[in-house]
Design a protein around this ligand. Sequence first.
Ligand SMILES: [Zn+2]
Length: 606
Amino acid sequence: MSDIINRGRRDLLAFGAFAAVAWRQAAAAAREAAATPPTPLSELAYGQVQFGAGPLERQARQNHRLVLSLDEDALLRPFRIRAGLPAPPGEELGGWYDTYAFAPGATFGQWMSALSRYYAITGDAATRAKVQRLVRAYAATVDARGSFYRHNRFPSYTYDKLVGGLLDAERLGLDDTARATLARTTRAALPYLPPHAMPRNEHAQPGEDFSRHAWDESYTLPENQFQAWQLTGERIHLQLARRFLYDEFFAALARGENALPGKHAYSHVNALSSAAQAHLSLGNPMYLAAAQHGFAMIAAQSFATGGWGPDEHFVIPGSGALGASLEEQHKSFETPCGAYAHFKLTRYLLRITRDSRYGDSMERVLYNTVLGAIPIQPDGHAFYYSDYTRHAKKTFHPDRWPCCSGTLPMVAADYAISTCFTDARGIYVNLYVPAQINWTQNGVPCGLSIETDYPFAAAVSMTLRLPSPQSFTLNLRIPAWAQDASLVINGRREPTPQSGLFAAIRREWHSADRIELELPDARRLESVDAAHPDTVALLAGPLVLMRIVEAEAAAPMRRDSLLRAQRDRSGGREWQVPTDAGAVKLKAFLDIGAEHYSAYQRVLPS
Ligand SMILES: [Zn+2]
């Protein structure tokens, strides 16, 4: 016996010009219904999700290998020299990271986080040993005067990453010295932190000569400070979390005022995770409203890929600036940092609201942006911007070891905790990727295996492994675009699941029960913004199919021709549109290599 419960009625509006209204209405409805809000969904532990072969597993493995190979003396050099330790061994790492470069040691804490997360996923002893060596060697550089932070352009930014790294080392890397090192790190940084959350371009540190270049991002601090408070119970972390809450920004968003235009994109999306964590830690609904409204406003000015912030800044909605950026702005989306922040924010909002559309949004960013990042090179050259101009090419940032080399290893590790969530009644499947999921339900260990080539195939097969029959709810995310989804359980067709919701299937499950979900790749065109109705992206399911540019100027295509793009006959991952000038080829971003490509196409007016 099975019943499919679709909770509530929701708008089926896709992302686009109208999305902000829909999201805001959903947020208002959620607040009304929140008299007794449900407990947020729980994340699985990193080690409870093991990916099978595929692009997520590959990107995680590449990044694990990269952070494991980083030279430890080079990593420690900026900390050792700035602390005045004599004659430290080894060479500088290079690029942004160097002792007196743009952002000395800024990615150290992020790499410590990434190593700890990969240890939690793989149980690899060499990874754990590296975390322990790095924590201890770093601890030896922390002096009471906070020498590291003197004449440092990014005291808040770097301190925040160190806090995150030490928290992960404590929680995941199993280093029992990390907690004490966190306390010493905080004492050292305190004199150099600004008095409150300050805008990115404001002079952030009295007495330091960065008046024209201070780009510090103190408003991203509270998320990690709340977590440090929860882990250690030290009140200094609660005080810092409160002190750096960007209340001016959050209150405006909570009131429904669009406070985004002109602001630095990645850091402000990252700050919304501080708002979500403030809601969880303090129980103040203003912070949840800020995160939800902020997300809705970002969705309303996102590209079809899910990316946002051309030239790293938010635009004025309705101004046509997004479409205009396609002409010359190659810095369309700061991809690894942006995806890291987007994954975190959508994970919080999905857990808090149980609204599946946050998962839809995460999925778009996954397949159309970060999975297509070129791997970080051993010398520190890293993918930074996705380019949505009409003759785009994947490139590295000119400087080595930029911010995005810190976030790519973290977001690739976080795919594991973004795949499924749980509550007391069951499990929520958010990403359909080849994986073995292990979780505890009704006090017993349960397993779910997912086999699929989605989104390059419609079929998703799931099989349960249970020690004995168990009653629980299996919640499957049905994307808002998947209006032709179908579901078969143990060979029997179930009622059509409603798109834009989690399909909730509650029953007594038996081991080897088989769930077959079909998500046919709904085709649609999305214009870049209302001012450019004939500049469209072609979507197939969650994928944006991008044109491989073979001729400089392509004539506008017919909308119906573009929508009928055919997959190549061999079952490969290339689509074709026949035109008068020959076949136009299309590929997903993760399959594009050295070719020039165009994310958006010109079409004839409808
Ligand atoms: Zn970045």
